[in-house]
Design a protein. Structure first.
Length: 157
């Protein structure tokens, strides 16, 4: 059977300086150009576990604050998610990918993204595109890197 075309992509972001939110906006624009009819962007703290359980395709983009903490608009989301169990919060119907934006000068590089990636998997979600990180220390241009990531990610939905 031919897979149903994706009707809705949920993009969840955690940000401190606005970069992850800008990436979420880029994902939304490009997804609509790629014929995904509806894209909803959510600040992470606005997403409850019940809502998360009903999402089919999720792109999660986050930075990390300080020494491995979640950015300000994602701390409540992580408090809820970290306590979730497969019994009460099955994400078996969800397909996801995670992009972490960080700086390897910090010991807990992209810690927030890593934790969400692991927790989604523990709760039964299936990854549709590999977990990816961008390092501010690299020689790569962030915007170019992110644009390429978005194009490749969308081809895999």
């Amino acid at each position: 059977p031919i897979a149903e075309p994706v009707q809705l992509l949920d993009v969840i972001f955690g940000t401190e300086s606005g970069t992850s939110e800008a990436v979420a906006d880029m994902v939304s624009e490009d997804a609509q150009k790629a014929s995904i009819p509806e894209v909803i962007i959510h600040p992470a703290d606005d997403v409850g576990l019940e809502e998360l359980k009903n999402m089919k395709y999720v792109t999660f983009v986050t930075s990390t604050s300080g020494e491995g903490e979640f950015p300000p608009n994602a701390t409540e989301f992580w408090k809820r998610l970290s306590k979730a169990t497969k019994e009460d919060t099955s994400l078996a119907n969800m397909k996801f990918t995670v992009l972490g934006l960080g700086d390897s000068a910090y010991t807990k590089f992209c810690e927030a993204a890593r934790l969400v990636n692991e927790k989604f998997e523990q709760l039964g979600a299936k990854r549709f595109y590999p977990y990816t990180t961008f390092d501010d220390q690299s020689d790569k241009d962030q915007e170019e890197f992110v644009n390429q990531w978005i194009q490749n990610m969308l081809k895999n939905i």
